[in-house]
Design a protein around this ligand. Sequence first.
Ligand code: SAM
Ligand code: SF4
Length: 460
Amino acid sequence: MTATALSSVAASPRDIMLARYDGNAPRYTSYPTAVEFSSAVDEDVAAGWLGDIDLAERLSVYVHIPFCERLCWYCGCNTRAVRNPDLVSAYVAGLADELALIEKALPGRPTAGAIHLGGGTPNKLSRDDLGTLFRALRHVFKVSPGAEIAAELDPSILTRDWVTAAAFHGLSRVSVGVQDLSPHVQEAVNRHEPFAVVERAVGWLREAGLSSINFDLMYGLPRQRTEDVLATLDKVLTLRPERLALFGYAHVPWVKPHQKLIDASDLPGAAERLDQNEAAAEKLTSEGYVRIGLDHFAVSDDPLAVALKQGRLRRNFQGYTADPHMTLIGVGASSISRLPQGFYQNDATELGWRRRVQEGRLPVSRGVALTDEDRFRGDVIETLMCQRAVDLAVVCARHGRSLDDLESEQTALKAMAEDGVVTVSGGAVEMTALGEPLIRSVARVFDGRSGAASRFSRVL
Ligand SMILES: C[S@@+](CC[C@H](N)C(=O)[O-])C[C@H]1O[C@@H](n2cnc3c(N)ncnc32)[C@H](O)[C@@H]1O
Ligand code: SF4
């Protein structure tokens, strides 16, 4: 229904919201967003930034593993299905070579306070691959005692042996992919994962002493109904995960052509997606989980919930984090690094990445250098995305700016306040309960760069 059509019937605030705001927007895991990256930031710029790293400060390392056992049709990650273990080992050897190039650019041996293995599926690495990778990481970085070592896992190919090997290297936090446990949804997305597989994986992880387990769940999948989301929650909550992520399916077949395998007519509409999100959030909060930002939930004493309470929650490429480090070094094809001067991204294709590493060059293909304006706008957006509220006067003061610099943004917010999406009082902006799912659209008001909305996934 259009806004004009709505004016002729008695529309509820929720109907108005669906009609006016069912658009597309970035997820703001960074600002500027990756669509703003360009070849102006190349390997020489990246090497200069790495050379300026302050060795007194701890940093984080992200390692991308772009392999999976099979390809789930909804997947938006940079990955491919690979069955041959030699291909994975060859890639890990390439990671060690890239780490040697990073070592050359660094001014010394920095301390890593966090290492995150993401993907794809890091548990595609063999015991030997894990050994090669951690030896190379520990050679380039001092890994601080008590560093958080995290990995994203596909439970259907997890083995007890893998868990033992990863625990030996210090694994302390895991994220397990679940999505939806209903057979008809799994059928529609080519992911067959019975609950027993998740239960078995959690058993091995707990046995190895892991005290931080996250489950990734999704809503908005083809043929998925609210009762499927709730039934999945009923099952996984019996395993008492410390965290849950509840991602709305981002259907972007123009970016991920394999998503065309999903029949678009099977996808739930905006109102249904909203119902699924709200029903799941209600269940999780009634079970004692704290809602963290847009799409995460955590038990109340979890570091994420504590960081939210203390105003220290941050947003990075993995979503919400309590990671305090300002510098993140990305390793592997497509990984993104964040340094005080800006962001840079490695070549997204495995072939291009490998070729550059073999030539002895940092495999950087694009990025963006931050301006003061970016830092200011990025601060407003990150604060809003994390706290669901932002005091514009406070952020302006942090950056030596005046509220008058945000005049057009404040006018846009006034219209959103009239629709019940936010409340505005002076410079203080707060999401309402009704408006909460629209937080990306509100953040977009402060975006001074990102172009056409159609490039991003839908908000609702
Ligand atoms: C690297 S995978 C997790 C580990 C492992 N590969 C697995 O799937 O079990 C990252 C997560 O991103 C989420 N995800 C993938 N594609 C998505 C999409 N198109 N929209 C929203 N979330 C998506 C899924 O919840 C998935 O678990
Ligand atoms: S959801 Fe996980 S297992 Fe499935 S294709 Fe994506 S990264 Fe691979």
